[in-house]
Design a protein around this ligand. Structure first.
Ligand SMILES: Nc1ncnc2c1ncn2[C@@H]1O[C@H](COP(=O)(O)OP(=O)(O)O)[C@@H](O)[C@H]1O
Ligand SMILES: [Mg+2]
Length: 244
């Protein structure tokens, strides 16, 4: 499987603090990779470096084969990135917001309308597209955030805590949506979360971050059946959670 994301010794230091410490990470084509760790573990900092939004102190990354330090625009053009909080124009409708994005991506009007319809359908907002985003629930906003990413037909989605602040129903919808994008469109997903049960539910492989370091990585089965430690995944994660 091709590696869509690869980091070697990726490091970010803020003053005396190591936010990300010599991270070696691989996300392969086709997977839903869960980037798990308590608050402050370094997940967002890692994601910002993958997108070229902040420069590494040391080490390197390749995203879709591109070095985000050298060519951040090319990475941003091909990767769908959902930040922790998504910004929309509240006084515009969902459709108008997506039109704006389509225009920024250089789509023709006809192309844009087609893509917008598709995107709204994919995130189950087809009948809410003409509502002002200001009137959207948090869950609808998050789904619209994913819809926006679909406009540019990404091969890879990087989602930073996409279920943050959602209620159980909103969370379920978001997780189902991520799975369907992966299964039906073959989109590779890197998903950060501090919630083990969510990651466990939908991710094929998991990396656990703790204090800037990758403490463990593997399939859920590999991590859960870790005979050496004799612990299940929940207990492994909780030990990091307490430390973190
Ligand atoms: N811009 C910044 N300046 C200084 N410290 C930062 C900055 N961004 C993050 N940090 C610190 O780096 C560490 C990792 O943060 P972050 O990557 O946001 O973790 P996570 O996303 O896993 O919660 C935290 O201790 C945080 O306080
Ligand atoms: Mg974060």
């Amino acid at each position: 499987m091709a590696a869509l994301i690869e980091t070697k010794g990726l490091t970010k230091r803020y003053g005396a603090q190591l936010a990300v410490d010599r991270l070696d990470l691989t996300v392969s084509e086709g997977e839903i990779f869960g980037f798990l760790g308590p608050n402050g573990a370094g997940k967002t900092t890692t994601i910002l470096m993958l997108l070229g939004l902040t420069e590494p102190t040391a080490g390197e990354a390749r995203v879709l084969g591109v070095d985000p330090v050298r060519d951040p625009l090319r990475v941003k053009r091909h990767v769908g990135y959902l930040p922790e909080s998504v910004g929309f124009y509240d006084d515009l409708t969902a459709r108008e917001n997506l039109r704006f994005i389509a225009e920024l991506n250089g789509l023709s009007e006809a192309e844009a309308e087609k893509k917008i319809d598709e995107a709204l359908r994919a995130v189950e907002l087809a009948d809410q597209g003409d509502k002002l985003v200001g009137a959207y629930s948090h869950g609808m906003r998050q789904r619209l955030g994913i819809g926006e990413l679909l406009i540019k037909d990404p091969k890879l989605l990087i989602l930073d805590e996409p279920t943050g602040g959602l209620d159980p129903d909103g969370t379920n919808k978001m997780l189902d949506l991520i799975v369907s994008l992966n299964k039906e469109r073959g989109i590779t997903v890197m998903l950060s979360s501090h919630l083990l049960n969510q990651v466990q539910r939908i991710c094929s492989r998991v990396g656990i971050m703790s204090k800037g370091r990758l403490a463990a990585a593997g399939t859920i089965e590999e991590l859960a059946a870790d005979k050496e430690s004799g612990m299940d995944l929940e207990r492994i994660y909780m030990t990091f959670f307490k430390e973190g």
